[in-house]
Design a protein around this ligand. Structure first.
Ligand code: THU
Length: 134
């Protein structure tokens, strides 16, 4: 699957976004090494703090389906002028399962920016820290 195809899947998730409070739709598509793609969108709540981002929706769907490894790339689509990079909470959640993940972000023009999760979350906190290994 090409980057553009993966991003097209993320873009197609924008219409599933439930964002009546922020009016800021986000779509995500998480690619696994076997070609499986888990999708997500942001889902908001009247109690704002319980809202969940598109990236974490996709990740949690994947993990709840039994995937814990082999995540290769995450595409995130937004409709803002700038790229919609994952928020801090999403970076941390992704780090747990995919520290080597590549992240692609699209803006409303459909331009694609890219970065490694390692760049987005330097010195990420992981299980090794809890075990005193780092
Ligand atoms: N949001 C995402 O889904 N992903 C991001 O990377 C940034 C923010 C959502 C959360 C909320 O529903 C809305 O965008 C505005 O913050």
């Amino acid at each position: 699957m090409t980057d553009r195809e993966l991003m097209d899947v993320a873009v197609s998730m924008l219409r599933r976004s439930y964002c009546p409070y922020s009016h800021f739709p986000v779509g995500a598509a998480l690619l696994c090494e076997d070609g499986t793609v888990f999708t997500g969108c942001n889902v908001e709540n009247a109690a704002y703090g319980h809202s969940i981002c598109a990236e974490r929706t996709a990740l949690v769907k994947a993990v709840s389906e039994g995937r814990r490894r082999g995540f290769v790339k995450l595409a995130v689509a937004g409709l803002s002028e700038d790229y919609c990079w994952p928020c801090g909470a999403c970076r941390q959640m992704l780090w747990e399962f995919a520290p080597e993940l590549e992240v692609l972000c699209a803006n409303r023009e459909g331009e694609i920016g890219r970065a490694m999760l390692r760049e987005l979350l330097p010195h990420g906190f992981g299980s090794a820290h809890l075990n005193g290994e780092d």
